[in-house]
Design a protein around this ligand. Sequence first.
Ligand SMILES: [Zn+2]
Length: 93
Amino acid sequence: MSVGRGKSLLLGPALQPDGSRTMAYRALKALVCGQCGAEIAVGCIFARHSRHLRAATGYLSSAPVCAICRPLRVESATEAAARAPTNEERHEG
Ligand SMILES: [Zn+2]
């Protein structure tokens, strides 16, 4: 089994609870959180472990981390806006 493409889609920069930035991904296949072991379902947004883990383990690819372990706020709102318009924008008439 090769890693390859199609496991996840890069969404763009996202904000973490501590205010630092990371990259947000959308799962295209069910993944397993590298931190708590929970399943990251298809379509869920998740982050990836930061570099210090990579240094510790020697892995080049960082493990996915579910939104429970690491809540994300995706900065480019294009995805969210397309799916769910905010209430504030619904002034019609
Ligand atoms: Zn987790």
